[in-house]
Design a protein around this ligand. Structure first.
Ligand SMILES: Nc1ncnc2c1ncn2[C@@H]1O[C@H](COP(=O)(O)OP(=O)(O)OP(=O)(O)O)[C@@H](O)[C@H]1O
Ligand SMILES: [Mg+2]
Length: 239
């Protein structure tokens, strides 16, 4: 019992250290630029843009942390019947403006054919996080594709890209909070390594899981695997 409590405290301590570290950097950057601020209007505009950027980043970070903190709460996930085909096509319509990529739908059931009991908004958030990563690791002309399918009583919902893929050695770790696998990316502002932790939390909230693998051709393939229950179809009369 004591061991478990100690482990929980140690885990929380580590978590807080990570949070403090992540927030300290943008604060230091913003403060440094404000301290050096002179009278030149052009320079002032640049500083305002930079500081605003850092504040935005902190805002996003705090919002992400809140999602992770709240996922344990019983009412965090609002389950309703969700149409799998519509979920995939709607998500693609939303994200395709994010970047210049070859966007496509690998496959999706016809509208009305497959339903699942899910939190539509959270599933969408998971897809957006996966797509944001796919965009991050690809360039113009690369493929980013979404798909959904019912297989053996499970709903599979995926995002695939034609980028370099995820090194098998780090595949287990990338779902942990604050883990960013690619060292050359460490300097990229904006990424805090929370995206996939949120995706995993959303999958767990649906009693499902998230898998990472290799797409045909070597890119990354992330799949949410969610349980499917036959009684999700709202078009079937419920007595
Ligand atoms: N599609 C992908 N292709 C290659 N590597 C990926 C892909 N998606 C994720 N990764 C690797 O997994 C790591 C963790 O991803 P995650 O989304 O959790 O964090 P992030 O994108 O670095 O930051 P954040 O999502 O918080 O902005 C990434 O840093 C990257 O190394
Ligand atoms: Mg990410």
């Amino acid at each position: 019992m004591l061991d478990r409590l100690q482990a929980a405290f140690a885990g929380q301590r580590e978590f807080l250290d990570d949070v403090a570290h992540e927030l300290r950097t943008p604060i230091t950057i913003a403060r440094g630029h404000l301290e050096l601020l002179g009278d030149d209007p052009e320079e002032r505009a640049e500083t305002v843009a930079l500081v605003t950027d850092e504040l935005d980043r902190m805002g996003r970070y705090v919002a992400d942390l809140l999602v992770l903190a709240k996922q344990e709460a019983p009412d965090f996930f609002r389950l309703e019947p969700v149409d799998l085909g519509d979920l995939v096509t709607d998500a693609l319509a939303k994200v395709r403006t994010l970047a210049d990529r070859r966007w496509s739908v690998d496959e999706a059931p016809a509208s009305g054919a497959v339903w699942l009991l899910a939190d539509r908004e959270r599933l969408n958030q998971a897809l957006v996080n996966l797509v944001a990563n796919a965009v991050e690791h690809t360039g113009a002309g690369d493929v980013v594709a979404l798909g959904g399918r019912l297989v053996d009583g499970e709903v599979r919902l995926w995002v695939r890209d034609s980028g370099p893929g995820v090194d098998p050695a780090v595949r287990e770790r990338i779902f942990d909070r604050f883990v960013r696998a690619d060292a050359s990316q460490a300097a990229r502002p904006g990424g805090s390594g929370l995206g996939l932790a949120i995706v995993a939390a959303i999958a767990r909230g649906h009693r499902g899981r998230v898998e990472v693998g290799e797409a045909p051709g070597g890119g990354a393939l992330f799949t949410l695997v969610l349980p499917h229950t036959d009684d999700d179809d709202p078009t079937e009369e419920v007595a």
